[in-house]
Design a protein around this ligand. Structure first.
Ligand code: PEP
Ligand code: MG
Length: 591
């Protein structure tokens, strides 16, 4: 894919987090606190557009001020409303507007840069005046400047992602997982953010929704203008502004190749995930909402290895009732029967917040009151969820697991609560699966190190590598600045997984991996070689993982894992496993 921009194009590089290619107009979302204006010299051809943007922003601002004035007039009376006359005068000041226009054309800068520069000069001069009336005009100036800049930067955040007028590519500083969950797939062709990394929940959600996405673009959101035409390449993490016909043609070919490959993969849908030397791996899918079951069935996954129940709680004003949660779990279990569905109890916190739950702001949310820690204290909320999951277990093959277990006491407390609610349900005559399997997620290093004790108290482990890596390596999984340190093949990570597998083997229980490592083909030989029994990935990746498993050998995977366990260098481990995957499944690398 393009190493260099063709004449007239601009390429911005970020982290590819959700595969696919799309092209369309850009819509930029607001990020009011990010007010560092890009200092970029524009080309001669771009200048008329900037003057036009300035004029549009002035008209828009005038309408807004008139509207505010009308409301103030109704509510407070004409005296208060008249203060806005001064604001309107600023907007109509020909000297100011001429100066901004001159700045754009002479200095070749954007409308917002030019306006901000001139407005700052004006308000500094007014503030220094002896005359009180004129000094007050400085504050009018600042107020109006703020509005105009907001309009120029698209910072009003009034864009309702559910009601976008036409298909577009969303560009923003950040997108919360809850906002991502509301994206209308028909309208949002793709999205790109300044921050984030592969394992942020926003990225996970994008993969789940199958929306091509690029994150970690640093200050890219400030470099775009609404309405610009761009191509987003979610395979390689690129945004190409004003792509040439040649680039569009090359990408058209790439997309066609991908479609053909996907068709080939779909032939494997009903085939088992089995290595050439006969090792059978369970391949499951991760889901965020009941509607995802369709994608699970289409992917050929053998059930759900992780149902992130948080998304039943977000984007709403109240908590979901026990009945609602029961219906959601029942629906998934019934649709996938007889395959298992592993429901994870609520993992609130970290980057997943619920606005209506009044959770205090914390210094370190990923280390704070999160997941099982939260549920063990919020007993009523936990009770409703545990009862809902237990009830749904009567309707299909449901298993349940707890997130963020750090040691024995949490696991024992949670298990004790399950026993209490089981006996409640028995008393009420409600049926449930008495033998429903319960698992612990291994996503904190202490859990891997103390896995022996945990293994005695559960029926399976599921390794949450997204968090395990962030905690073991002390690398915030959201922070694009340190994304290079987030290293799944770090020897420490592979040893922690090995310890988990060995502890499980000693107790005769099985181990799955449901973090994003299980959806990365390069990691598969290592995980299989380390003795993992189940892999759970986003439905979109399941066919590719199956394709790879059916072309690799357990014996080679074991050799790779043995090498990795005595190797000192994460990059050497990566290179070796990548070389193997490239040899046996080169088509996985063709994007
Ligand atoms: C993990 O941490 O790997 C995991 C699967 O859980 P989540 O990504 O939801 O934190
Ligand atoms: Mg986790």
């Amino acid at each position: 894919m393009p190493e260099q921009a063709k004449p007239g194009e601009k390429i911005l590089r970020g982290i590819p987090v959700s595969p696919g290619v799309c092209k369309g107009k850009i819509v930029r979302l607001a990020q009011p606190e990010q007010r560092t204006l890009c200092t970029q010299t524009l080309t001669e051809e771009e200048l008329p557009q900037q003057v036009q943007r300035l004029e549009q922003a002035l008209v828009q601002t005038r309408q807004q001020i008139l509207e505010v004035q009308r409301k103030v007039n109704e509510g407070l009376g004409s005296a208060d409303a008249s203060i806005f006359d001064a604001h309107l005068l600023v907007l109509e000041d020909p000297t100011l507007i001429d100066e901004v226009t001159r700045c754009i054309t002479q200095q070749k800068i954007s409308a917002e840069q030019a306006f901000s520069q001139v407005a700052q000069k004006y308000s500094a001069t007014l503030s220094a005046m002896n005359d009180e009336y004129l000094r007050e005009r400085a504050s009018d100036m600042r107020d109006v400047t703020e509005r105009i800049l907001n309009n120029l930067l698209g910072h009003e955040d009034e864009i309702d992602l559910r009601k976008l007028p036409e298909p577009c590519i969303i560009i923003s500083y950040d997108l919360t997982p809850s906002k991502t969950a509301t994206l209308d797939k028909k309208k949002v062709l793709g999205f790109a953010t300044d921050v984030g990394s592969k394992t942020s929940h926003t990225a996970i959600m994008a993969r789940s929704l199958r929306i091509p996405a690029v994150v970690g673009l640093k200050d890219a959101s400030q470099r775009f203008v609404n309405g610009q035409f761009a191509l987003l390449d979610g395979y390689n993490g690129l945004i190409i502004l004003n792509p040439t016909d040649q680039t569009l043609f090359e990408y058209g070919q790439l997309v066609r190749k991908q479609v053909t490959f996907q068709e080939k993969l779909s032939d494997l849908r009903d085939q088992p995930a089995i290595t050439l030397d006969g090792a059978r791996i369970t391949l499951s899918a991760n889901i965020e909402q009941p509607a995802d079951t369709e994608a699970v069935l289409a992917s050929g996954a053998e059930g759900v290895g992780l149902f992130r129940t948080e998304y039943l709680f977000i984007n709403r004003e109240t908590l979901p009732s026990e009945e609602e949660q029961y219906q959601a779990c029942r629906q998934v279990a019934a649709a996938l029967k007889p395959h298992p569905v592993i429901v994870r109890t609520l993992d609130l916190g970290g980057d997943k917040f619920l606005s209506h739950l009044q959770v205090p702001v914390e210094m370190n949310p990923f280390l704070g009151w999160r997941a099982i820690r939260y549920c063990l204290q919020e007993k009523e909320l936990f009770r409703a969820q545990l009862r809902a999951i237990l009830r749904a277990s009567a309707e299909g093959n449901i298993k349940m697991m707890y997130p963020m277990i750090s040691g024995l006491p949490e696991l024992e407390q949670a298990n004790a609560l399950v026993e209490i609610y089981k006996s409640e349900l028995r008393d009420e005559g409600v049926t449930f699966d008495e033998r429903m399997d319960i698992g612990a997620m291994i996503e904190i290093p202490s859990a891997a190190l103390a896995a022996d004790g945990l293994a005695k108290r559960v029926q399976f482990f599921s390794v949450g590598t997204n968090d395990l890596i962030q905690y073991a390596l002390a690398v915030d999984r959201m922070n694009e600045k340190i994304a290079h340190l987030y290293e799944p093949t770090h020897p420490a990570i592979l040893r922690l997984i090995k310890m988990t597998v060995e502890a499980a083997q000693r107790q005769g229980i099985w181990v799955g991996v449901c973090g994003e490592m299980a959806g990365d083909p390069i990691m598969i030989p290592l995980l299989v070689g380390l003795g993992v029994h189940e892999l759970s990935a986003t439905p979109g990746m399941v066919p590719q993982i199956k394709f790879l498993i059916r072309r690799m050998k357990l014996s080679v995977a074991k050799e790779l894992a043995d090498f990795a366990l005595q190797c000192e260098s994460g990059s050497q481990i990566f290179d070796r496993t990548e070389a193997y995957v490239r040899t046996v499944a080169p088509s996985l690398f063709e994007a």
